[in-house]
Design a protein around this ligand. Structure first.
Ligand code: HEM
Length: 99
């Protein structure tokens, strides 16, 4: 299993809109080959931080989706006016080896 963790921090007052956008997400990714599931978190000590984990069968599946128009289309609904803390957006990759 391959996991991508995308983190970013919202700089303005738009956390509620961003959460709403994730709740109502377009679900385009759901049919991407190798996609398994995703989860979205905020740490309790900073509700402006978003931690998004996507779970994939393997790294190739993630890379194919990430390069596709589906990835772009999945972000059409990002709330207008959203500002991020500069350089806060990061993606890290994980291999899972135990439950
Ligand atoms: C760089 C800053 C990013 C911001 C501000 C952001 C924001 C958002 C928001 C607000 C949504 C929900 C609304 C929508 O889907 O239109 C979303 C969906 C999503 N994002 Fe991001 N995102 C970022 C980067 C990433 C990265 C790097 C990944 C890859 C790991 C990613 C993966 C996804 C996925 C899988 C969805 C769900 C799409 C669907 O349901 O089809 N995002 N993102």
């Amino acid at each position: 299993m391959f996991i991508a963790l995308s983190t970013f921090t919202i700089a303005n007052e738009m956390s509620p809109e961003v959460r709403e956008a994730f709740v109502n997400r377009p679900h385009l990714v759901d049919s991407a080959p190798g996609f398994q599931r995703m989860e979205v978190f905020s740490p309790q000590d900073n509700p402006n931080e978003i931690w998004l984990m996507t779970y994939w069968a393997d790294e190739d599946s993630y890379q194919v989706w990430h390069k596709s128009h589906v990835y772009h289309d999945s972000h059409q609904g990002i709330p207008k006016g959203l500002k991020l803390v500069p350089r806060s957006a990061k993606v890290r990759f994980f291999s899972k080896f135990a439950n």
